[in-house]
Design a protein around this ligand. Structure first.
Ligand SMILES: Nc1ncnc2c1ncn2[C@@H]1O[C@H](COP(=O)(O)OP(=O)(O)O)[C@@H](O)[C@H]1O
Ligand SMILES: [Mg+2]
Length: 250
């Protein structure tokens, strides 16, 4: 459904994405893990054209785009099909939960307000915020704010939702409620690409894992192969650090 081929991106003279590629099928939950600074955020931002890649191709079903040469109209079309959940702080502080979720529907999609609010309430109900429609971000916990962010991404019914470390800015006791919502979406068959440090999510919810470092993919595998039978020495090192007591079959 979505494929990235040979994507390259430099900032100044630093090569951050070095020609990597991967494929996401409908219903996949793909986690991208790797040390900080490896280019994970840059990769997601390039896919959503928040950042412009220097080279590479993006394939969406049977449409192919050149990252370096797309029109504004094409970017708009691509963005319609992609939802993005940021690490944090991406809600409008002067809008309620419902206002944040409906804003894009009303302004970008030109959906009438009443219909947008019906959709908005439906998605807020889904993420467990049916009693928080009219709360402002400052009146919500970090976990609730992230759930509004997820509801906002869902509201536009994108083909795929990209998550950039959606729980990494949260207090530990709030992480579970956000992962719980993501797990529910995964069960419903929502296609997701999730950058995360939550290994339990990668292992138990995702069907595929991509381990990247220094702008390239070190290893890509089904989650059970990745965690039980890693092929690369670098992956084993990484896993040994994350799960120090587990021995891996070689
Ligand atoms: N806008 C930017 N300008 C310059 N360098 C950047 C910018 N965004 C990211 N980088 C650099 O790119 C590298 C990868 O960053 P990032 O994609 O955020 O990695 P990750 O999400 O894996 O931690 C880092 O060295 C970072 O400093
Ligand atoms: Mg990042």
């Amino acid at each position: 459904m979505l494929e990235v081929r040979g994507i390259k991106k430099s900032f100044d003279k630093n090569l951050i994405l070095n020609g990597l590629g991967f494929r996401v099928n409908k219903g996949d939950v793909v986690t991208i893990i790797g040390p900080s600074g490896s280019g994970k955020t840059t990769l997601l931002r390039c896919i959503d054209f928040l950042e412009r890649a220097d080279e590479g191709r993006l394939v969406f079903d049977d449409e192919e785009f050149d990252f370096a040469h797309v029109s504004k109209k094409q970017i708009y079309e691509i963005r319609r099909r992609i939802g993005f959940v940021f690490q944090s702080h991406h809600l409008f502080n002067n809008k309620t939960a419902l206002g944040n979720v409906t804003e894009g529907l009303i302004t970008a999609r030109k959906i009438p307000k009443a219909e947008a609010e019906r959709i908005g309430k439906e998605v807020l109900d889904k993420v467990g915020l049916s009693d928080r429609y009219h709360y402002f971000p400052s009146q919500l916990s970090g976990g609730q704010q992230q759930r509004v962010g997820i509801a906002r991404a869902m509201a536009a019914k994108p083909d795929v939702i990209l998550f950039d470390e959606p729980t990494s800015a949260l207090d530990p006791e709030l992480i579970g409620e956000v992962l719980g919502v993501m797990k529910m979406l995964a069960k419903e068959g929502v296609t997701m690409v999730v950058v995360t440090h939550e290994m339990s999510f990668a292992r138990d919810v995702a069907n595929r894992v991509i381990f990247m470092e220094k702008g390239v993919i070190v290893e890509e595998a089904s989650s059970s192969d990745f965690f039980n039978r890693p092929r690369e020495e670098r992956t084993r090192q990484f896993l040994n650090r994350v799960f120090p007591t587990v021995e891996y079959a070689i």
